[in-house]
Design a protein around this ligand. Structure first.
Ligand SMILES: [Zn+2]
Length: 394
């Protein structure tokens, strides 16, 4: 299909971008682009108390400090929050050297990343349903060394031990080389009370590009584009079971990605969104982890190393435990910087004592301020089939 880019660009360039004007103190400065609410980075930075130069220079911008930060690196579908890449549902728009972010992405990604303790429907859990991707006749990706279905099975054995050592009960969707449909995997999670769901996979790159690094997927919010989508279509407005846990699934995904990147020096391919069956159909917080590229030489050799896979399992377990701490005790999950500062050589544990206080202060801010908005979370237009999303930069 030929992407219908021209009408969107024309709309953006000709009619879609009103001038940015200074907002009154404390008010959101809404800019309508393609019938969607956008907010300026200045507005967002002011609300969260992030300091720095908000101008986008050479496609880059960074506001904030070691306690909380937002960074733009040129890809309109990405914002880095506290050092971890987040994929947005709608593209960042640059206007007058300032980035504008959709109100949807502020509510569904940036706010829960900056203030996870403000997520309203988090429930304590004591069981983790772990799903080893593929199995039986479904081999998954393959390298010269082996099949994805075998590597995932090996990782979940270590992950089970690591989670049990952290006091969590574990249910496996498969404990041997057997085939289960995606629906059967989701059903096992749905038959388990008091649980979260984690599916383990390894990636493949069919085009031979040297992609590498970790991806963690959470369910795409209703009416939004998945990371791989170019369009929002009418059927994406239908509510799915997984949408009841959007924010919790996102927080679980972000906790796990922070742990992975904080403990293993691999590439950050971001917290992503997808409507995979195991995310869409599960009635619980659910994520799918791609633990590197099996088909890529350097990543593939690491995945083939059992010691590396054990580290991966421990980092996954730490991320889940960090999310459990948030769900049960409302403690902010550990961030990339927390993991890395704990691992500094020779100096022992160095955690900036003001960091947690500064993060706690973020949670003392009110819900997203809506004084000048008609309703607090009326994020979705009534219907928007066929809305074209700006293509991502690969
Ligand atoms: Zn897979």
């Amino acid at each position: 299909m030929v992407p219908r880019i021209a009408p969107l660009l024309a709309a953006l360039l000709i009619v879609g971008l009103p001038l940015i004007t200074k907002a009154a103190d404390g008010a959101w400065q809404i800019v309508k682009i393609e019938n969607r609410d956008y907010l300026t980075i200045q507005n967002i930075a002011d609300f969260y108390g992030l300091r720095g130069d908000i101008r986008v220079v050479d496609h880059r911008m960074l506001v904030g400090d070691a306690h909380a930060s937002l960074e733009f690196n040129g890809n309109p579908r990405e914002i880095t929050v506290n050092g971890v890449k987040q994929w947005l549902s709608f593209p960042v728009v640059i206007r007058d050297n300032q980035a504008l972010v959709s109100r949807f992405d502020l509510a569904k990604t940036i706010d829960p990343a900056l203030r996870p303790t403000m997520i309203s429907n988090l429930q304590p859990f004591h069981t983790v349903v772990i799903d080893a991707g593929h199995g039986g006749q479904d081999m998954g990706a393959s390298s010269v060394s082996g099949y994805e279905k075998s590597y995932t099975l090996d990782v979940i054995a270590d992950l089970k031990k690591a989670l049990e050592a952290r006091g969590l009960k574990v249910i496996l969707t498969r404990a041997n080389d057997s085939y289960l449909s995606l629906e059967q995997r989701a059903q096992i999670a749905n038959d388990t009370a008091d649980a979260v769901f984690l599916s383990v996979h390894f990636n493949s790159e069919p085009n031979g590009r040297a992609a590498n690094g970790f991806e963690v997927y959470a369910m795409t919010p209703r009416g939004a584009a998945s990371t791989g989508d170019f369009m929002v279509t009418a059927d994406q407005f239908k509510p799915m079971p997984g949408n009841e846990y959007d924010d919790a699934s996102f927080a679980l995904a972000n906790s796990v990605q922070n742990s992975l990147l904080g403990q293993m020096p691999e590439g950050d391919r971001g917290v992503r969104r997808a409507r995979f069956a195991v995310l869409r159909l599960v009635h619980a917080p659910a994520i799918l982890v791609e633990g590197g590229f099996l088909t890529n030489g350097p990543d593939g050799s690491k995945i083939n190393d059992s010691a590396w896979r054990q580290k991966l399992a421990v980092a996954l377990a730490d991320g889940v435990a960090s999310f459990q701490d948030l769900s049960e005790h409302h403690r902010p999950p550990k961030l990339l910087a927390d993991y890395r500062s704990e691992r500094l050589p020779l100096t022992g544990t160095i955690v900036d004592p003001s960091a947690n206080a500064a993060r706690a202060a973020l949670s003392c801010l009110p819900l997203l301020p809506t004084a000048n908005l008609s309703s607090s979370f009326a994020l979705l237009p009534a219907s928007e089939p066929g809305f074209l999303i700006q293509p991502t930069i690969p």
